[in-house]
Write a protein that binds this ligand. Structure first.
Ligand code: F6P
Length: 424
């Protein structure tokens, strides 16, 4: 650690869309810090991400009951609250940056761990640069997470593997259902999945296939222009040849003019459109043009919170980055995001590495063209090889009264020392 940070506290915060395993990372940070208490102080958590830092709403993890802490490891979503909150640049928004350092100083923060996607890594980078310019000793470490798997510089992002496992499983299960009904009833099933601009989640729907003929028959990636005529022809052909058709559509598919097929009226703080509604739109097209009986589903938050079906590989990666953050902080690191590196071999193993924050901030990694099948409606053997290890293994949560035993943390805040600040 930087000498001047010896014994100082860690500020951990969750940011952006949550995941089934982000709390496993939080748990690992708290656990590793407790084990290193000779060198680092306690772990404080920003309630609702960076907003909690600005408002000096800092959760004291020392007050979390031992039984809750254990359950935190396998509880989905963001147990401390997350945020979609954009900080301007230090030039346009100096007040907020000053406030963050004031809060850090008041609570003896020497380490800032920001657990988020590309936008959040950008926030982390700006805070690092500002504290450096002000001469405030702060080690900033970005912890990766996003179900979209679109973070640069890492083999995969914790959160993705679990959502991929859920989508692969759900696609297979729904396909069995429609197959059994198709002789006299439903012919088409459409599943909408998240992923915004990147088709990683849509691609995962193919991981349950045992042969190329297995469902899903058509995957619609956001990286490809959606062509309604071609799509309808493919649906018809599939129903005629196989008796039914399973479609998995990314929420982010666009038409020839670049418009999202299903864009709501809202945008978030980063200007990202709120998406959702592709499945019913496709169902409408199919119903009108082909008249097939169909069902559709929007997996939405169900996929993002499906901790009951987490991937063990993903869960272990989420824990590994949390532990490594504490190790790297003790070793003096800063201005990096932790990454996952894949070893050669089958199955591969994953270890934690790091890249400079500046290399990953604000970038999006799309689903590669050579990971798609030649016709663009499926995945290539290369993609299957790459993605399958990410859904390997089960990490079931314990159950109680027939449902997963998740924790609902009481947020015990540390005493405020500064005057109030209106962050929102
Ligand atoms: O976390 C990324 C993501 O899951 C996208 O796939 C999705 O479009 C978006 O979040 C939804 O975010 P929100 O919960 O803020 O509406």
């Amino acid at each position: 650690m930087a000498k001047e940070n010896h014994g100082k506290n860690i500020l951990y915060a969750q940011s952006g869309g949550v995941t089934p395993v982000i709390n496993a990372t939080a748990w690992a940070v708290v656990d590793a810090a407790r084990k290193a208490s000779a060198e680092v102080g306690g772990v404080l958590v920003g309630r609702d991400g960076i907003v909690g830092v600005l408002e000096e709403s800092l959760i004291n993890t020392a007050k979390i009951a031992a039984s809750d802490l254990l359950r935190l490891r396998h509880t989905p979503a963001g147990a401390f609250g997350s945020c979609r909150y954009k900080l301007g640049t230090p030039e346009s928004d100096p007040e907020r940056y000053e406030r963050i350092l004031e809060v850090f100083d008041a609570h003896r923060i020497g380490y800032f761990f920001y657990n988020g996607g590309g936008d959040s890594q950008d926030t982390a980078l700006k805070i690092a640069a500002f504290s450096r310019a002000r001469g405030y000793p702060l080690q900033v470490i970005g912890l990766p997470k996003t179900i979209d798997n679109d973070l640069y510089g890492t083999d995969f992002s914790p959160g993705y593997g679990s959502v991929a496992k859920y989508i692969a499983t759900s696609t297979q299960e729904a396909a069995l259902d429609v197959a059994s009904m198709s002789a006299t009833s439903t012919k088409v099933f459409i599943l909408e999945v998240m992923g915004r601009h990147a088709g990683w989640i849509a691609a995962s729907s193919a991981l349950g296939q045992r042969s190329p003929d297995d469902p899903p028959h058509l995957i619609l990636f956001p990286e490809r222009i959606f062509d309604p005529e071609d799509f309808l022809a493919r649906v018809k052909q599939t129903v005629q040849s196989k008796g039914f058709c399973v479609v998995v559509a990314s929420e982010g598919i666009r038409d020839r003019s670049g418009h999202f097929m299903a864009e709501g009226s809202g945008v978030d703080a980063f200007g990202h459109a709120q998406l959702g509604g592709v499945a019913p739109a496709l169902a409408g097209l199919i119903g009108e043009a082909l008249g097939y009986k169909h069902h559709w589903a929007v997996s939405d938050y169900l996929q993002r919170a499906a901790r009951h079906l987490a991937s063990k590989t993903d869960f272990e990666a989420a824990i590994a980055v949390g532990r490594q953050a504490v190790r790297m902080a003790r070793a003096g690191a800063g201005e990096v995001m932790l990454t996952l590196l894949r070893s050669a071999g089958n199955p591969p193993r994953f270890r934690v590495g790091s890249v400079p924050l500046a290399e990953v901030a604000n970038r999006e990694r799309r689903f590669p063209a050579d990971f798609m099948s030649a016709d663009g409606y499926g995945i290539s053997p290369r993609a299957r090889l790459h993605l399958s290890p990410l859904i390997a293994g089960e990490a079931y949560p314990p159950y109680r009264h027939g449902v997963p035993d998740y924790c609902r943390l009481a947020h015990t805040l540390v005493k405020k020392r500064l005057s109030p600040f209106a962050a929102r």
